[in-house]
Design a protein. Structure first.
Length: 439
């Protein structure tokens, strides 16, 4: 019996069986296997016994509701009331929420920088919000991609007499277009606030005694790898910024990158309508209050370097991102079922052994079925002569379709090719050729 599958999918049956089992154990019908018990505060000793193979039967950790259990609580950063905390992009979105959180945590001097500074449409409201928390905030107009401007900003902070103690870079620029439409200027506009800004901030703060140095990355980096082909530059900028964080960590400097999921009540995904796209990739939402609370835990965790934060449906993400199926993700992925895999194997064998017309018909039907699954529509509504993009297939769906075809037909069809493939009838012969070549 697959106990894990029963617990995950059995519903009422699982509860009924567990209840019956408990009754029979209590009645003495079933007796426990030989075992040794340990309280939670002796887990290390239990693991040592297990490692040395000195036990008989099972090792059980007992939980007594009346017994206190030691819990590791990350050290919350103590903010210096005489220091200055710099938030790049702190005049809007999640950056503004971060500034307000820093003020609530005890920061008394904040510099909130953006390209527009005090002219930012939300600047006045953000400054008033920070003031309500008892802190003083300055809106500063600067471009951290400009080396001289970054140096000038940090010199201005030093001149206040309140030395810089922490940095949060939440700067971002979006330009969601297909990769084929990008040019050098558009790429630089998106990547520079992430990579250029991080390199300048890193260079000019290396000799400062900072409490933290935080880079706001995004789960969109993974979503782009999973097939959100319109955000390739944004993904590149975030991943490059994370590389700066890793370099600082290697040098023994404070550094943390957080790949945020969609922030439900603020942030770019809320404004740009990206939340639905992220959910389709398996990445759920988080509100800003939860986000800043988690940020406090991460800043106080010496082992945190590049961390993804979000309510993630890993099974859905694995459909889009092949690397998530790697063994290191085994703890977060549900156990695979056997039915679909067996059916997929039968389909592949039927295609490989059929005549050319029969095989083409099988592949066409399989492609229609996969497309119907991705588009969440009955197969009968799929016109095999209509272009896939006209049927509603966008880039993230193309990645899901690519993953589905690979599982069902053992055939690699890149998402980019699917997004520009034409119709089902035009695509089926190409897929058939690949299936037979992989035999």
């Amino acid at each position: 019996m697959d106990i894990t599958s029963l617990l995950q999918n059995g519903g009422r049956l699982a509860g009924q069986m567990i209840g019956e089992l408990a009754e029979r154990v209590a009645a003495g019908v079933y007796r426990p296997l030989p075992h040794v018990t340990y309280p939670p505060d002796q887990i290390a000793e239990a693991m040592a016994l297990l490692r040395d193979s000195r036990h008989i039967g099972k090792i059980v950790i007992t939980l007594d509701p009346a017994e206190p259990v030691p819990v590791h609580v990350p050290r919350r950063p103590a903010l210096d009331p005489e220091g200055t905390y710099l938030v790049i992009g702190g005049l809007g979105g999640f950056g503004a929420a971060t500034a307000a959180w820093l003020a609530r945590r005890g920061a008394r001097h904040l510099v909130l920088a953006s390209r527009s500074g005090a002219a930012h449409p939300e600047a006045r409201a953000v400054l008033d919000l920070v003031a309500e928390e008892g802190a003083s905030a300055t809106a500063y107009a600067t471009d951290v991609t400009d080396r001289a401007a970054t140096r000038e900003l940090l010199d201005a902070i030093a001149a206040t007499g309140h030395p810089l103690r922490g940095v949060v870079n939440s700067a971002m620029v979006l330009d969601d277009v297909p990769a084929v439409e990008l040019d050098d200027e558009r790429t630089r506009a998106v990547v520079s606030p992430k990579l250029g800004g991080m390199m300048n901030l890193d260079e000019f703060t290396r000799d400062l005694p900072l409490d933290f140095f935080v880079f706001y990355s995004s789960i969109a980096a993974l979503a782009a790898l999973a097939g959100n082909l319109r955000q390739s530059t944004y993904a590149a900028g975030n991943l490059a910024g994370e590389a700066v964080i890793r370099r600082r960590r290697a040098a023994g400097l404070p550094a943390l990158a957080v790949e945020w999921c969609a922030i439900s009540d603020t942030g770019y995904s809320d404004r740009a309508g990206m939340a639905e796209t992220m959910r389709r990739a398996g990445f759920g939402e988080l509100d800003s209050a939860s986000g800043t609370r988690i940020l406090g835990d991460l800043i106080g965790d010496p082992d945190a370097d590049v961390v993804m934060v979000g309510n993630t449906d890993w099974a859905q993400t694995a459909k889009l991102l092949a690397t998530v199926s790697a063994p290191r993700f085994a703890d977060v992925l549900p156990p695979p079922g056997t039915g679909p895999d067996e059916a997929a194997g039968n389909l592949r064998e039927r295609v490989r052994s059929a005549t050319e017309p029969e095989a083409l018909s099988l592949v066409t039907d399989a492609l229609v079925a996969a497309l119907a699954t991705v588009l969440q529509t009955p197969p009968g509504r799929i016109d095999p002569d209509a272009r896939l993009d006209q049927l509603g297939l966008e880039s993230l769906m193309a990645a899901e379709l690519s993953s589905l075809l690979q599982r069902r037909l053992d055939c690699v069809v890149p998402a980019m090719e699917l997004a520009t493939a034409g119709s089902v009838r035009q695509l089926a012969p190409r897929i058939l050729g690949r299936v037979r070549r992989s035999a």
